[in-house]
Ligand binder design. Structure first.
Ligand code: ZN
Ligand code: ZN
Length: 261
């Protein structure tokens, strides 16, 4: 059975400092779910838990107090609206959520690829694709060494533009099959979710071949996948479902490939 696009586990609302659309409210997000027949959605605003010490300075809007200000989330008989967060990892591989806080959330998306946050996730600006590929691998490898409740964790946007903007495909090309098989075998063993949200709809065939390779290897390793639009604005919600279907087709995903919360 084909993978059913019935969820979206990565969505931001107005409390995220990088959301600049005042209409991106929990109510609007719930509406998006109803219109697109999604059964389960999760709000994942940016979190840096103030109980975790970091050398880096994090935006006050990432404190737990801000992230939890959305509660209680609106509910609907047809949609389960979960409370989650997108927790960053600093350049010393310190994760921005304390052990105790995991229980508060239904789901945590962890981005290892926020490589644009100089002074937070990387010490200095990355200059070359080679340097970037090493950091990509180091960050996910270090994350996987942690003792975490993997069943409620997803690794966010592994091939996104935050990696090295328009040079991101060069970085992805430098990740060898061997290294990717090693990383994703570990992901599969732990049961962590792998996020899908790349805009394959608007990609050339050549670009798609480059950018889908990590996910095809992840699938081959037995990884489980979830859809997460990473929408920060209502216009992004409008195209999310169509793109989800496109990725599902591109990767030929089945229901058995799904990460279930
Ligand atoms: Zn992110
Ligand atoms: Zn996000």
């Amino acid at each position: 059975m084909r993978f059913v696009a019935d969820h979206d586990f990565h969505i931001h609302s107005t409390v995220s400092p990088c959301c600049h659309d005042e209409n991106q409210t929990p109510e609007a997000i719930l509406n998006y779910a109803k219109q697109n027949n999604l059964k389960k959605i999760c709000l994942t605003n940016h979190l840096w838990d103030e109980n975790v010490t970091s050398e880096a300075e994090w935006h006050d809007g990432q404190r737990f107090e801000c992230v939890s200000s959305v509660l209680p989330l609106p509910q609907d008989p047809d949609v389960e609206f979960l409370f989650g967060a997108e927790a960053d990892m600093d350049y010393n591989y310190v994760l921005g959520i304390s052990k105790e806080r995991f229980d508060t959330f239904d789901f945590i998306a962890i981005p290892t690829t926020h490589l644009h946050l100089v002074g937070n996730t990387v010490k200095t600006k990355i200059q070359t694709p080679e340097e970037c590929a090493d950091i990509w691998l180091n960050r996910i490898t270090e994350l996987l060494k942690k003792d975490l409740p993997w069943h409620k964790i997803g690794i966010a946007h592994l091939t996104c533009g935050h990696i090295l903007k328009d040079r991101t495909p060069e970085v992805i090309k430098l990740l060898t099959d061997e290294k990717l098989y090693s990383v994703f075998s570990d992901c599969a063993a732990k049961g962590v979710g792998i996020e899908l949200n790349m805009k394959t709809l608007s990609m050339s065939e050549e670009l798609k071949n480059i950018m889908l390779r990590p996910y095809l290897i992840a699938k081959d390793c037995g990884c489980k996948f979830y859809l997460g639009s990473d929408s920060h604005k209502t216009s992004a919600l409008e195209t999310a479902k169509e793109n989800f279907e496109h990725i599902i087709t591109s990767l030929d995903l089945k229901e058995s490939d799904k990460f279930v919360l």
